[in-house]
Ligand binder design. Structure first.
Ligand code: PLP
Length: 387
């Protein structure tokens, strides 16, 4: 097995890092920061980019810039990383947890519609694993009830819905550049938006309440310092050059792996709506079906064979200890609860492997299911033989 490590870097990162190192500006005012913001926003089909030191604070920044706070509700899927919910709670607003669709792992628009209340201000659409949500339906609900659509696109760099990229549908899209993400600087995040007023407001909050063209020491809003460094921007510029080819590579490998495992009963891969024209393939997600193998046995066996397989999250968001003592609203989430039991994911670095490794992986997946099925129930057999 030849599975690439992650993150990856080459001479381009070193070259750009060196340029920052030799400059008199290592901080957020290095020209690379603005260059990256513009390049990444354009890549995601948006006009403006506001970078920040991670993809959790970018969610908090977006909600704050929208004026969301105490007394408000924001609808969020029950399956996501904790930041999607805590960003809402940290503004003082209430997260309203709703179910996901059966096979897409993404927020279910029908559940969203049923959860809307007079207090609802926004919907947080998480493009889970890189597969885009049914963004048309979510946008229609937002129009109908006058809500803001915020995309948590932490997994969805380069993902598309009918040829339009993640983050360009809602008022803003939030991305993460944390160590494991498909575009990484170790840590980092960005908000992209095409709304000029929102962009100005968010940027001002992220930069101590300053306004462009005004004195450095004049502060017009309650802001703070969310800036990334020139070093992060240097790495991100270099990583962005490689991203399109890496996405193609993962696309090819996902197709190959799915074709090779088509004859292996027991796995249902995350569905890809026909409107998904491109996927970052941050995660290749699946659920086990009609097999005696438990998900934990399956993922343990794959890991033991050298395939990096994760047994999904240990619980839905509202079952975190945090939310037993904190205000939230929970709507019925049977699909999310069931997926906790039987879902798994394969990370994007596996999907960057060579063809031979993908063929081996398909064989190991089949073995991990078959081997357990064929295992005799030894202790019972032995006992009856002695009798
Ligand atoms: C769906 C989702 N949203 C937000 C975040 C937060 O990003 P960061 O780790 O950059 O704060 C993550 C991070 O893994 C994530 O998976």
């Amino acid at each position: 097995m030849n599975i690439p490590s992650w993150p990856q870097a080459g001479e381009r990162e070193a070259e750009l890092l060196h340029m920052v190192l030799e400059s008199p500006q290592w901080g957020g005012f290095h020209p690379f920061v603005a260059e990256f913001e513009q390049s990444f926003a354009a890549y995601q089909n948006a006009l403006y980019g506001i970078s920040a030191f991670n993809g959790t604070v970018t969610l908090e920044l977006a909600l704050t810039a929208l004026g969301i706070g105490p007394g408000d509700e924001v609808i969020v899927p029950a399956i996501s990383f904790i930041s999607s919910a805590t960003a809402i709670s940290r503004t003082g607003a209430i997260p309203v947890f709703v179910d996901i669709e059966p096979w897409s792992f993404n927020i279910d628009p029908n559940c969203v519609r049923q959860a809307v209340s007079p207090k609802t201000r926004a919907i947080m659409a998480v493009h889970f694993g890189g597969t885009m949500c049914d963004i048309d339906s979510l946008a229609a609900i937002c129009r109908e009830y006058d809500l803001s659509l915020l995309e948590d696109a932490a997994h969805a760099h380069g993902s598309e819905w009918n040829g339009k990229r993640a983050g360009s549908f809602g008022i803003a899209g939030s991305f993460s550049f944390q160590n494991g993400k498909v575009l990484s600087a170790g840590e980092g995040g960005i908000l992209v938006t095409s709304d000029t007023d929102f962009a100005g407001h968010a940027r001002s909050i992220a930069n101590h309440g300053r306004i462009p063209g005004q004195s450095f020491y004049e502060h017009y809003r309650l802001g703070t310092n969310f800036r990334i460094t020139g070093f992060q921007a240097a790495v991100l510029l270099a990583q962005l050059e490689r991203l399109p080819e890496q996405i193609h590579h993962r696309e090819r490998n996902v197709t190959l792996l799915k074709n090779l495992s088509a004859g292996t009963p027991g796995i249902v891969w995350q569905t890809q709506p026909s409107a998904v024209t491109r996927n970052s393939w941050y995660l290749l997600l699946g659920r086990l079906r009609n097999t005696q193998v438990t998900r934990d046995e399956f993922s343990d066996r794959l890991r033991a064979a050298g395939v990096p397989c994760a047994p999904f999250y240990p619980h839905v968001l509202y079952r975190n200890p945090l939310y037993s003592g904190r205000s939230c609203r929970v709507t019925p989430c049977p699909v999310a609860e069931a997926s906790i039991q039987d879902a798994f994911w394969l990370p994007h670095r596996l999907l960057l492997a060579d063809e031979e490794t993908i063929r081996q992986t398909a064989g190991l997946i089949s073995n991990a299911l078959n081997k357990i099925r064929e295992e005799p129930k030894a202790p019972l057999e032995a006992t009856s033989a002695v009798r």
